[in-house]
Design a protein around this ligand. Structure first.
Ligand code: HEC
Length: 455
């Protein structure tokens, strides 16, 4: 903002009305910041009380005005999101005026009650808790991406209305995905690369990590015609159960919906442990499952779109990779979670409808690996059969990308953060309610590999 404008704005606020922490600023911090800025959470300081917040006043002003905080990356020109984290213009003005007035505390009587945070489960006591089955030791400077498979011991299928992942050790657990694996599901080629036989000839495994061979065929544009016959360039994979990502609230499924866990299913925990330098750290992460009281009207599903066959040249500043998906029936889209690593630069989700119209559902002009946010649509997006979703990602593998661990590398798909991924998780419902017949036999609705491949 230029000086003239700030002077005008300041002049417009009478001196007596200078905002105070207690009256004006605390409500903003409690609502928009406290989720991460509370004791023992991921942010460096608490913003729950004046004493903790005051030394950060200047940094707070800068970080909110540049919209570095709260983290949110969707271009406001496209789509409306129920979890939009941005401060309103009025809230921004209040924070700025407060800092410019010397960050006064105000009067204790004006202070609203601070939000209460429960230790442990945020959603309350789960009906079923399943942990990862062992205690894992993270050694200093290790960047580990680990898989743990544990049985549910479910003899009958369960409908789940919510799932909360509880990291065993917040210091080292960067993100967690919990996927379902079962006899049924492995037939339909689940999300984890370990369970995908068709892909294995292109994979190199080192311990628990996998990556695509450097000499595997290259397809950067999986939206092109006449694609080679390689796994997962078309169609979709059925997605996981729950995710824990920095700044992401637990997965509570929308009213009237639930996810299905088939009998005999196993859960696979995929955990990314971030580097910590001092000493060994131990972790035992678990997932809490909350049972739905009855079968839902609609089954909540996730379609996972990946392009395993991209290749990012060394030094490339804006390398494009695409993946498309044709809707085989009417669907209601609920949320998007893009997932790339350090070279991810931007991503766009665009639909072209059968009538030829196009619409951008989500655009992220500046992707940041540290903030793996979910973008939940304010209202479900109806996408008719015959539409096509195009995911376009750009990667910055140049030295100008500050996060880039090594611009000299030619990159393929790999589990390690130093390698790359091209993944999108999209939660959806079938537009037509599933109805009681389908509910009694959810297994019948699980696609066969043949069906998956045809799409
Ligand atoms: C989703 C979690 C999250 C939310 C919400 C969030 N922060 Fe942060 N904030 C962090 C983390 C983590 C860091 C430290 C890492 C970093 O700077 O990226 C941080 C760093 C900061 C810093 C230090 C920046 C610097 O320059 O060192 C300030 C100031 C800050 N946050 C203010 C705020 C304010 C004010 C809000 C609310 C309006 C807010 N944050 C909301 C997670 C969050």
């Amino acid at each position: 903002m230029n000086r003239w404008l700030s002077v005008c704005l300041l002049a417009a606020v009478p001196a007596a009305a200078a905002p105070t922490f207690s009256k004006d600023v605390a409500p903003i911090f409690f609502k928009h910041c406290a989720g991460c800025h509370k004791p023992n959470d991921i942010a460096p300081m608490s913003l729950l009380d004046y004493k903790s917040a005051r030394p950060w006043a200047k940094a707070i002003r800068a970080s909110v005005l540049t919209r570095k905080m709260p983290p949110w990356f969707a271009d406001p020109k496209h789509g409306h999101f129920s979890n939009d984290a941005r401060l309103s213009e009025a809230e921004l003005a209040t924070v700025r005026a407060w800092v410019d007035a010397g960050a006064p505390e105000g009067e204790a009587k004006d202070l609203p009650p601070a939000p209460q945070f429960t230790e442990g489960w945020q959603l309350g006591k789960p009906d079923i808790v399943i942990d990862m089955g062992e205690t894992y030791t993270v050694t200093p400077n290790e960047d580990a991406y680990e898989h743990f498979v544990v049985p549910t011991n479910f003899t009958q299928g369960r409908w789940i209305r919510a799932a909360e992942i509880k990291p065993g050790n917040r210091k080292v657990v960067h993100h967690v995905h919990v996927l379902m694996v079962s006899e049924d599901l492995s037939k339909m080629e689940v999300a984890s690369t370990k369970n995908i036989p068709a892909l294995s000839q292109y994979l190199i495994r080192e311990g628990k990590l996998s990556r695509i061979r450097q000499d595997a065929p290259v397809v950067n544009d999986a939206c092109a015609d006449n694609l080679p016959n390689l796994p997962f360039l078309t169609g979709s994979q059925e997605g996981g159960l729950a995710a824990f990502l920095p700044g992401r609230p637990p997965d509570v499924f929308p009213p009237g919906t639930a996810k299905w866990i088939p009998p005999g299913a196993k859960l696979e925990f995929v955990i990314h442990y971030a580097r910590v330098s001092e000493k060994d750290e131990k972790d035992r992460t678990s997932v809490g499952l909350y049972l739905a009281p009855a079968p839902p009207e609609r089954v909540l599903r996730r379609l996972d779109l990946r392009n395993f066959f991209f290749q990012i040249p060394a030094g490339a500043a804006k390398h494009e990779v695409r993946r498309c998906y044709e809707f085989e029936k009417d669907k209601l889209l609920l949320s998007f979670t893009p997932h790339f690593h350090y070279r991810g630069k931007d991503v766009t989700y665009e639909v072209s409808y059968p009538d030829g119209k196009r619409e951008i559902l989500l655009s992220i002009p500046r992707y940041d690996f540290n903030w793996q946010l979910v973008y939940r649509l304010k209202s479900p997006k109806f996408v008719p059969k015959g539409s096509r979703l195009m995911v376009t990602v750009h990667y910055d593998n140049s030295p100008n990308n500050k996060a880039n661990p090594d611009p000299k590398q030619t990159l393929r798909w790999g589990d390690r953060s130093e390698e790359e991924m091209m993944t999108s998780w999209i939660e959806y419902l079938d537009a037509k309610p599933d109805g009681p017949a389908a509910q009694t036999s959810e297994a019948a609705r699980i696609r066969t590999p043949e069906e998956t491949r045809r799409r």
